[in-house]
Design a protein around this ligand. Structure first.
Ligand code: PMP
Length: 394
């Protein structure tokens, strides 16, 4: 009988395959706090980063660090248990009330990460025999949440309301859930939320909006993509993350009070995990205050976005249409995209190459992200370098 391959040998050979295809991922070690002027363990000298999701530049803001220290002085470090046992503290409760009020919902639930929120919410809302309608380019955590729920996963072409309507009309599932990114993480465009909500209401479906990239950035006071469109409805469930514009870590789900109560009872990634450190919840209360009073940062961010879009007219490489801090420059070929990212690196500019399967085949891109911590001159540096590289045929 032929011997089965050693499982470790299989992993070694799969890693070699990834290497050969230029798809092996490696982490880079950052040795400075999160800010545009970055230092890395693998290179000498500073590098200017255009890759974080720290859209308002709050991650290294001293007021947040101080709030975390004050929180640690009051609460110590760990929560000691899951929320339903004894790990739910006054700081968590206060954060949830503040977030619910901020986004104009009845109640909110604080999760340790956005990934956990998505994989926890979807199986609590729908199950076997039900249907989930998902935009084709939704974030991976929404795909995983759909798979965990065991509901039928029906995908519709990106932002295509007519295609979604046809799929909703054809479905006889007893419970329907529409899920979408608010701001698409690899494209930067904003979902057609008014149209999606109208469809949800017409078909008695839930609409779950993952606003990881809009919370803190879009809408009055940074209240997010629903506020941007002025939308409210009992059908809406809003998920915002706290590790991007809020500069810390975690996420929250907001909606009707009964929906939040149901999640407390049924959301497995909430129930079966240790509560996040209460000191972090204290820091996040400060983060919400900072977000609310960050109009100047958002205005500056808009100016940076406008500057990049006005300056970056290239012949072969194209910026996708986006008005958000996510500005993807589509190059197409995987190897060329990687080569451009490396050439930028050699010039002290850090812009990651995003390749399939994260984006469709033939649509490899540089994912440029802007932060209020950037200056106009720094954006110009990136634009100039990209123009030179394209002309040189990098
Ligand atoms: N949803 C989207 C659209 C995201 O981009 C991300 C993070 N990359 C998440 C959810 C997950 O959030 P977190 O990083 O807090 O787990």
């Amino acid at each position: 009988m032929a011997e089965r391959p050693d499982p470790l040998d299989e992993i070694r050979s799969s890693l070699a395959d990834l290497d050969a295809a230029g798809l092996r991922r490696r982490r880079r070690i950052v040795t400075t706090p999160c800010r545009p002027d970055t230092r890395l363990a693998d290179r000498d000298g500073p590098v200017l980063a255009f890759c974080s999701n720290d859209y308002l530049g709050l991650a290294a803001e001293s007021a947040l660090g101080q709030a975390l220290q004050a929180g640690a002085a009051r609460w110590g470090c760990g929560s000691g248990a899951s929320h339903l046992v004894s790990g739910h503290y006054a700081a968590h409760e206060a954060l949830e009330a503040r977030l619910a009020g901020f986004v104009g919902m009845e109640d909110a639930l604080y999760f340790s990460t956005g990934y956990m929120a998505n994989i926890g919410v979807m199986p609590a809302l729908v199950g076997r025999g039900d249907a989930i309608f998902a935009d084709k380019v939704n974030h991976a955590s929404l795909v995983d949440g759909a798979l965990l729920s065991r509901a039928e996963l029906i995908r519709y072409p990106h932002c295509d309301l007519a295609a979604l309507e046809a799929r909703l009309a054809a479905s006889t599932a007893p419970r329907k859930l529409i899920v979408t990114d608010g701001v698409f993480s690899m494209d930067g465009d904003i979902a057609p939320l008014p149209g999606l909500l109208a469809l949800a209401e017409a078909h008695r479906a839930w609409l779950l909006v993952d606003d990881a990239h809009g919370f803190g950035v879009l809408g009055p006071g940074g209240r997010g993509c629903l506020a941007h469109f002025g939308l409210a409805s009992p059908r809406l469930i809003y998920m915002g993350t706290l590790g991007k514009a809020a500069g810390a870590a975690g996420a929250f789900v907001a909606g009707q009070g009964e929906v939040i109560d149901w999640l407390i009872n049924r959301s497995r990634s909430y129930i079966f995990t240790t509560g996040a450190p209460p000191a972090l919840a204290e820091a996040l209360l400060t983060a919400v205050d900072l977000i609310e009073h960050s109009d100047a940062r958002r205005t500056h961010l808009d100016a940076l976005i406008a500057r990049l879009k006005a300056g970056l007219h290239l012949k072969r490489w194209q910026l996708l249409p986006s008005d958000t801090p996510i500005q993807p420059l589509v190059i197409g070929d995987n190897h060329e995209t990687l080569a451009v990212s490396r050439a930028l690196d050699a010039e002290g500019l850090w812009v990651p190459a995003i390749r399939p399967p994260t984006v469709p085949k033939g649509a490899a891109r540089l994912r440029i992200t802007l932060s209020a911590a950037h200056s106009l001159e720094q954006v110009d540096r990136l634009t100039d370098a990209l123009k030179r590289l394209e002309a040189r045929g990098a």
